[in-house]
Write a protein that binds this ligand. Structure first.
Ligand code: AMP
Ligand code: ZN
Length: 137
């Protein structure tokens, strides 16, 4: 897509610190890392978010995740890793081209990824689960 920086990076039009590439995606180091080794997987074919992605492409893309995660873990010596993917401004997405974050985590580091645990009213979780289940296509 014109004027999409991640399309240009994913397809090699803009140089990047690439750590993996195949026909579907390119994994690069994030320019403003939460921790050193923070990487992002960019799909090569423009797709704004997970809601627009077909299951077959998602399967191919996500099959890359374990081996990239293992390589980052070995290279950085991290103790853990957050793998996350933001969809829409409400979820913190700032670049509207689908990408998956790999954030190396170290015991007692100061990286903040999280939420305040909430709660359901009596029966609310079951009703919501039923509503969502009926909409899974
Ligand atoms: P998100 O908030 O999930 O949309 O994440 C966007 C991520 O892309 C941020 O972590 C940015 O630091 C990263 N980013 C933005 N521009 C570049 C770039 N040119 N090269 C590498 N990473 C980038
Ligand atoms: Zn794009």
């Amino acid at each position: 897509m014109d004027n999409c920086i991640f399309c240009k990076i994913a397809n090699g039009e803009i140089p990047s610190a690439t750590i993996f590439e195949n026909e579907d995606c390119r994994v690069i180091l994030d320019i403003a890392p939460a921790a050193k080794g923070h990487a992002i997987l960019l799909v090569k074919k423009h797709c704004p978010n997970i809601f627009e992605m077909d299951a077959e492409t998602a399967g191919r893309i996500f099959s890359v995740v374990p081996k990239v995660a293992a390589a980052i873990k070995e290279a950085t010596g991290c103790d853990g890793m957050n793998i996350l993917q933001n969809n829409g401004p409400a979820a913190g997405q700032t670049v509207f081209h689908l990408h998956i974050h790999f954030i190396p985590r170290f015991d007692n580091d100061k990286v903040a990824v999280g939420w305040k645990p909430g709660a359901y009213e009596e029966g609310e979780a079951a009703a919501l689960a039923e509503k969502i289940a009926a909409l899974v296509k």
